[in-house]
Structures are given as structure tokens and as C-alpha cells.
Design a protein. Structure first.
Length: 255
């Protein structure tokens, strides 16, 4: 595992740049911070270290995003069961992250990115009508485990919310609430496993501040530029990151 406290100046600048870009994209799109930051950092460190570095910044971004959409929180409360199952899945997934070899998680992370980019998977409407709680349970547990292991649950949540036809201004606060609960569970389990220290939190506190500032700039830019431009840029960068992760995984295992 990479020791973040011993990173040299050049690596610090790379990490800061990733945090700033990811925060800006999250502000512009309403999501995307861990989806972009985790694989980007995983190209220069292992997945577990990338998750540890982004713990505090991700939580700060989620809280700021929820606060900016607090007027729609009442509508998002209907997804409370989903959030509960995400909590349970995150606890289990993070436990796996804490004890397992993190290298294979590059492959899982790349797969989740490609699933997000494909974006054509949908849950049948009849399934929602007949078994809404079951769908919430399966989606929540799967998303929580994905978040716990790779820091990326958005691919699974996007499938769920788009299948429901949820409006964007309701989906954004609901998803950020899911992200926040998953992140809190992740921090708890990693702290109990001895992987989160006060030193790490202090070192990454400036990154959390930078992420929130970039988030605010992204939200201001959102009104002036078409969202399609952001989405094309995000998808292109994510595809590149997924390919790099796949290359690292297969060359590391079969070289």
C-alpha cells in the first residue's frame, strides 16, 4: 500500500490536480468525483491507497453537493431503504478491501467504469412494480459492495435511477446521500482495520478543501456551458483510465 504521508512533491501535485479536476466535474455534472478520482489515482498507486487518499475529499464533496440541493431532499427520502442497503453493502465491501490483495480491484474498477460508459442496462418496469423493495435491496447491496471495494457505486446507481426515470434534480441529491452513507461506512471499517489514521486525515484535509472549492467552480460553470460537453469529456477520460487500468492489471499478472 502506498504511504501517502511520504509522497514526494511531484506526486502531491499530481494528486492535487486529480482532486481539482474531479471536484470540478462533480460540480458540473452533479456526480463523478470518486468515479474520476479513484481510477486516475489508481494509475499511480494501488486501488486501496487511492481510496484512502480520497476518503475525506469525497465525503466533503458529497456533503457540499447535498447542501446545494437541500431543497429537493424531501423528495429523495423515498430512497431511504436503498440507502440502508448501501450501508450494509459498503460495510461488507470495505471489509473485503481491508483484508484482500488490492491489485485485482483494478480489473473490477475498470469493469465498473465500462459498465457506466455503456449505460444501456435497464431494469424492467414490471420488476419495480412487483418487487420494489427487492430491487432496492439488490441494487443497494451491489452498489454498496462496489463502493466499499472500488470507491465506485455510480455505475450501478445510474442503472437504477434511469430505469425508474428519476428526474435529475431529485437523482443528484439522492445519489450524493448514497455516496455519503457509503463513504461513512468505508471510513468506519478502514479505521477499525487500522488503515485510517489521524495523520492521514490531516494530510488529506487540504485536498478536501480543494475538492469543495473546485466543486463550487464546477457548479458555476454548469449554467454557462452545455452539459453534453462535460459528459463527452468525462466519458473520454474515463475510457482512457479504464484502458490504463486494464493494461496495468494484465501486464502485472501476465508479464
Amino acid at each position: 500500500m502506498t504511504d501517502f504521508l511520504t509522497l514526494h512533491g511531484g506526486a502531491w501535485l499530481v494528486v492535487l490536480a486529480v482532486i481539482l479536476v474531479s471536484g470540478w466535474v462533480h460540480g458540473a455534472l452533479g456526480l463523478g468525483f470518486p468515479l474520476l478520482a479513484t481510477p486516475a489515482l489508481a494509475t499511480i498507486m494501488d486501488v486501496r491507497s487511492a481510496i484512502l487518499v480520497t476518503l475525506l475529499p469525497t465525503m466533503a464533496v458529497n456533503i457540499a453537493s447535498i447542501a446545494n440541493h437541500r431543497g429537493r431532499l424531501e423528495e429523495a427520502r423515498q430512497y431511504a431503504p436503498l440507502i440502508l442497503f448501501i450501508l450494509l453493502g459498503s460495510l461488507l465491501g470495505t471489509r473485503i478491501l481491508a483484508i484482500a490483495d488490492p491489485e485485482p480491484f483494478r480489473l473490477l474498477l475498470a469493469a465498473l467504469i465500462l459498465l457506466f460508459l455503456w449505460g444501456k442496462v435497464r431494469i424492467p418496469t414490471t420488476t419495480f412494480s412487483n418487487r420494489p423493495l427487492t430491487v432496492m435491496a439488490i441494487t443497494g447491496l451491489a452498489a454498496g459492495m462496489a463502493a466499499g471495494i472500488t470507491n465506485v457505486m455510480v455505475a450501478i446507481l445510474i442503472i437504477y435511477f434511469l430505469s425508474l426515470g428519476t428526474a435529475r434534480d431529485v437523482m443528484v441529491p439522492a445519489m450524493n446521500a448514497c455516496f455519503l452513507v457509503g463513504k461513512a461506512a468505508q471510513i468506519l471499517v478502514l479505521a477499525l482495520a487500522g488503515l485510517v489514521s489521524l495523520g492521514l486525515l490531516l494530510e488529506t484535509a487540504p485536498l478536501a478543501l480543494a475538492a469543495v472549492l473546485a466543486l463550487q467552480l464546477g457548479q458555476r460553470a454548469q449554467a454557462g456551458l452545455p452539459a453534453e460537453n462535460y459528459q463527452r469529456l468525462l466519458k473520454g477520460l474515463l475510457l482512457l483510465l479504464a484502458l490504463v487500468l486494464l493494461w496495468q492489471f494484465f501486464t502485472g499478472y501476465f508479464a
